[in-house]
Design a binder for this molecule. Sequence first.
Ligand code: ASP
Length: 420
Amino acid sequence: MKYAGLTTRIFVGMLIGIVFGLIMNNIPSGYVKDTLFLDGLLAVVGSGFIRLLMMLIVPVVFFSLACGTASLEDVRTLGRIGSKTVGFYLTTTAIAVTIALILANVISPGAGVDTSKILVSEPKISEQVPLVEVFLNILPQNVFNALSTGNMLQIIVFAIFIGLAVSVAGDKCGMIGKSFSQFNELFLTLTSMIMNLAPYGVFALVTRTFAKMGYSAMMPLAKYIFSVLLGLIIHAFFVYGGMLKVFTRLSILTFIKKVTPIITVIFSTASSLATLPVTLDVVEKRLGVSNRICSFTIPLGATVNMDGTAIMQGVASVFVAQLYGITLTTGAYLTIIVTATLASIGTVGIPGSGLIMLSMVLTSVGLPIEGIAMIMGIDRFLDMCRSVINIMGDVVCTLIIAKSENEFDQKVFDDVTISN
Ligand code: ASP
């Protein structure tokens, strides 16, 4: 066990938690079981883990977005192509979250579950705020207040402005830009250190859930997985398929054949960044996109464009709200669309990072991030699936832009001999 990968350990933690929890569920209530164990030891370990994750949110979001924006200098220099790419990425991601929110409301994966017994902290219920205020509230009046209260939207806006300023200032603030990257590294390191505790945290939280709720906790999880997978499929076929047909008129069948190597690598690594070399190679040599376009759009996409992740975050937000019986207002839905889009931008293309950024989406609408524990154990499989969509979004966008810029070689695309 000592050498098993973290994902396996988290999964095992969840499985043991389920079995242990179901056994505990059949043991009659008593001081030792309830007060000492479930609401004592397990509550401390579970909530302790959640608190450590919360500790990371503000610095991770701030530094990763500030660094990401600072490096967007290329986008300005590349002007037209840059704005097309960013426009495409942002639009498709917002569509992805919207699909996720609709599906999660139709399928209702977390509805009707009595979770009052497993709450370890009182959720803050988001109030109905007028739309004008929803937009105005995005701008911080006092950044220290935003940082100390964890107001995610305001922190994001501040981080983006700081990142822009760093890139505009150039050499004059070179040191600051460098130290931001180092802080970014620092918090990523801290994140992976804390994630080593995930198997124990997940074990404690899942045991507690199943001990208190028994088998009734199973169904929501299955429905959650189904909702995310359906969202990914709909997005791939209708949004990407439709765009490919409308904007490029290319054969979807040939496209699928040619991108198979990317799909196999991304599915097994669940990392957009690790797959980057393969993606670049396939897009240039098999799909016929010029290097000038793909060397810009693919790395940028692997860093900021994560529609699959956004779908998971959308479904997960509604799932957690339903689980805890919290009604989301229109303002809350809008906030989820904006924050999930930004969270997917801030998500690093490595396995499981979308789940960490989910805490930012949940926090932005006052949802309890304990809900993440419910889905953490089964996240790896969904991560593999959503990462495929993350990359496909980059590839489709690249093809559309390449065609519109006349940087596309139809002969290479049509040549099936290169597709094997
Ligand atoms: N694993 C995903 C990726 O690399 C990110 C995520 O966790 O959603 O694309």
